[in-house]
Design a protein around this ligand. Sequence first.
Ligand SMILES: Nc1nc2c(ncn2[C@@H]2O[C@H](COP(=O)(O)OP(=O)(O)OP(=O)(O)O)[C@@H](O)[C@H]2O)c(=O)[nH]1
Ligand SMILES: [Mg+2]
Length: 316
Amino acid sequence: MRDYAKEVLEGSPRAAARLISWLEDEDPRALEHMERLHPHTGRAYVVGITGSPGAGKSTLTDKFTFALRKKGLTVGIVAVDPSSPFTGGAVLGDRVRMSRLAVDPGVFIRSMATRGFLGGLAKATADVVKVLDAFGKDVILIETVGVGQDEVDIIGLADTTCLVLVPGLGDTIQSMKAGVMEIADVFVINKADRPGADQLYAEVTTRVEQDAHIRERAWTPPVVKTVAVEDEGIDDLVQAVEAHRTFLEESGRLAEKRRRRAREETLRMIHGELFRRIRERLTANGELDALVEAIVEKRESPYRAMQDVVARWLRE
Ligand SMILES: Nc1nc2c(ncn2[C@@H]2O[C@H](COP(=O)(O)OP(=O)(O)OP(=O)(O)O)[C@@H](O)[C@H]2O)c(=O)[nH]1
Ligand SMILES: [Mg+2]
């Protein structure tokens, strides 16, 4: 059998691609390789780029990547739910493929379709990030549309989260759901060439200054204006992300953040595996069907059944 973990560590993009495909297919062969990669993870810095559909996330990701490459850093890109048919936003893969990054061996791009991952999309994304980390990429960018619980979990994988807003998309601060402001470490006002950009900039800045939750934190999120298509403001964005990284590192918060993530991940993995095994057994021997019948006929209650199943499983 080929030693994919070793090949990934040696920098083979084909081995990385193969391992990622297994992860996407939830192929159990990935497990032992992931286990061997684990000691080699934790070096990469992870940046999340989120925002409404069509906000310019892919364009920003492309320009951001290029700016990092100019600094000599290697980059991994994970695009989750790359495009919606409604916005005219190109699939990130296509956008980057068209660009100068396409032939750059220092860049590795992967799009993740949001199909029904049993273990959850966030887990699949976390594993892909780990592969790229072990693969040696200095910075990993995760592009995701900012809606839904999956996406919130995905954003939890990032060390620094950039929230992309645009003028004139109804993306005014007033319409923003509670909690959205709090996930941002850096605010990006993209499409600053459009009318209303200054007003949105002012609104966000005021809100950042006044928001009680943000003020409680030691970090005040900077607000950066960009015109991604023109490559304008990208250096400011890079600087803002670097400043946040320095803040996290020097305050010990990065280590704390990663410890919390390891804890959540471990619990989530145990949860997933336990559930998988118990479900497998219950369905294999027809017990689940019998239980359901009994519950429907009120001979049994689901509360009792849950207690029994778990207690029995623990004893065995
Ligand atoms: N005017 C203007 N257009 C921009 C800017 N940045 C991106 N666009 C355009 O906005 C459209 C959407 O850009 P994408 O980068 O695909 O946006 P996205 O957020 O990745 O889109 P989805 O992945 O579909 O959510 C494209 O037509 C871009 O050319 C900008 O700064 N100014
Ligand atoms: Mg996109």
